[in-house]
Write a protein that binds this ligand. Structure first.
Ligand code: MN
Length: 229
């Protein structure tokens, strides 16, 4: 049998209040799931089907904390998001079936090199350079709760000032609807995380900034941006 040339660590997120880790397989992200954010990005929000991009699982920063300013950007943006973790296999499911696959929830930041994302978008190129990079997905421990979160305040403050404020009930596509839709394309399974989109108010951050994300019922996410390295 061939043997691995080196070992890689499995990305994993702690489970809140438990001596357990949730190993991460894939990180899916929903684009434009709040109408006001769709408008601020220059789109016309409607009930068109959701669309997705992915981040590498090793972009996760479990527990938040210090993250260095990434290379090759002059416009790093915050996007506060509710994250849902799956605890069961789900494929081509209805929203009612999809809801039963929820393991729990976390708060995540979809950090975005907006200049690179927009340059790619405007040329019809993939978003990877803008979205999937090191330290681009700080996330709280996952709170185990198999009932999908459908409402509650979601906010992000930077240096004590509220920049994003919305409500989970403002989502164009609810958590069960997102899981059901995504399951038309993938055999989803435990280890899959879904970042469910951000409300309006995204804005740039700089080294020294402290970001605190909150979703009602979950422990807050606390991130500080440090110098580029
Ligand atoms: Mn996002």
């Amino acid at each position: 049998m061939p043997t691995p040339l080196f070992t890689l660590s499995q990305p994993a997120v702690p489970v809140a209040g438990e001596d357990a880790l949730y190993p991460v397989r894939r990180v899916f992200c929903v684009g434009r799931n709040y109408a006001a954010h769709a408008r601020e990005m220059g789109s016309d929000p409607n009930r068109e089907p959701p669309f997705y991009f992915t981040k590498a699982a090793d972009a996760l920063v479990p527990g938040g904390g210090a993250i260095s300013y990434p290379p090759a950007t002059a416009n790093l943006h915050h996007e506060i998001e509710l994250v849902v973790a799956l605890g069961a296999a789900v494929f081509q499911a209805s929203p009612e079936e999809a809801a039963k696959a929820v393991f729990g929830h976390a708060i995540g930041l979809d950090m975005t090199r907006r200049d690179l994302q927009f340059a790619a978008r405007d040329k019809g190129r993939p978003w990877d350079l803008g979205k999937s990079f090191e330290f681009s997905a700080p996330i709280t421990p996952i709170l185990r709760n198999s009932t999908p979160i459908l409402s509650g305040a979601i906010t992000l403050e930077v240096n004590g000032e509220i920049r994003q404020r919305g409500d989970i009930s403002d989502m164009i596509w609810s958590i069960p609807e997102v899981i059901a839709h995504l399951s038309q394309y993938y055999h989803l399974s435990p280890g899959d995380l879904i970042f469910t989109g951000t409300p309006d108010g995204v804005s740039p951050v700089l080294p020294g900034d402290r970001l605190i994300g909150r979703v009602a019922g979950l422990a807050e996410l606390d991130v500080t941006i440090t110098q580029a390295r």
